[in-house]
Ligand binder design. Sequence first.
Ligand code: FAD
Length: 387
Amino acid sequence: MRQAHEERAGGIQERARSFAETGLVNRAAEFDRAGYLPRDVITTMADAGFLGAVVPAKWGGQGLDPLEYGELTESIGKACASTRALLTVHTSLVAETLVKRASDRLKEKYLTDLALGKKIACFALSEAGAGSDAASVTTSYIKKGDLFVLDGRKKWISFAGVADLFMVFATDNGATSAFLVERDMPGVEIHPMSGMLGNRATHMAEVSFSDVEVPAENLVSGIGLGVGFVANTALFHGRYSIAWAGVAIAQAALETMCAYAIEREQFGVKIGTHQLVQKMIADAVTQVGAARELCRRAGRLRMEHSADAVMETNIAKYFSSTIAQQVTSDAVQVLGGNGCWDRYPAERLFREAKVLEVIEGTSQLQQLLIADYGYKKFAVSKSGWGT
Ligand SMILES: Cc1cc2nc3c(=O)[nH]c(=O)nc-3n(C[C@H](O)[C@H](O)[C@H](O)COP(=O)(O)OP(=O)(O)OC[C@H]3O[C@@H](n4cnc5c(N)ncnc54)[C@H](O)[C@@H]3O)c2cc1C
């Protein structure tokens, strides 16, 4: 059984690497410029099983474990950040959350279609006035018989432009709940957004809900469990995905700067022989390796269902998005003028890395959580001090 799993997982990793190298990396700049991820990419991701990577086989998925999923995320994310974002949103934030938090009835209704990529899902939490403070959402619901009626507007919703299903967070006088809303339910409207720093090909949109009638069975988990239970589960998965996205982008930047440094000549020598350039390469090698190990540690703790898995995922996300920012900045530096030009990958990687410090909980929010964890774990009473 284990052998069959490993063979299947190995096949998926091979498909991911091959797709990334032959079907993605050379198109990523085009997707970024066009602000559009073509349907054939989404279809390939679905057909290869990537969109159901972490969903159990029982529900149509591939049942990858967290370490295997991390490797898959790195392969895709190294080639194209917007394509990787589909994994983060559809697979981690929504499908994986439904595995844990949805009733069997709801899983039957949606999860298998999501795992097979027959339906695309997006995650609608943020609003113009509610970002880091997720509990402050104003999109509202009221219960009317067998229905919930939703009103409000969501902002920054990745893949809303192409999604069939929205996981929407709404409140009724402070009781925030999560609902699955179908795109073609009357009253749902999509308002495309453009001009983003990164993730430009993610079909981002605002989504408005006007008297949208949602069947009561589409409530996820229960009334009032939207933030503490459903959103927190989703962000646990989403942050794990973003942690690997940081490794992916930083690895791509590292390879870019190394390749350039051994070719480019100034002052009669390859620039890679200048010690100040070598420092940037050395830092990047070290930081990427450290970030990958933090991701793996978080992955192992997830597999063990450790109580530390949530915080170690936050730490991996915080570190990896921070170093992705530093490494991509150094990649721009090593490439000089070409690093600032969109005919080379460094400037796009730089933009994509910055986004990681904002999404799925900003770096500042991670710092607050990590400091709190640090006090609980490491503040040992030193009663003898100062005496
Ligand atoms: C590319 C992209 C894709 C996105 N996709 C989605 C999506 O699919 N679904 C979705 O729901 N949302 C999505 N978002 C929204 C994203 O989750 C929010 O932008 C993020 O949560 C931050 O919220 P905000 O923009 O309102 O910033 P704010 O919360 O206003 O924060 C602004 C600044 O204040 C700081 N700050 C806030 N509170 C504190 C505090 N207590 N202590 C210290 N500093 C603080 C923040 O760290 C940040 O630096 C996306 C955003 C981007 C950029």
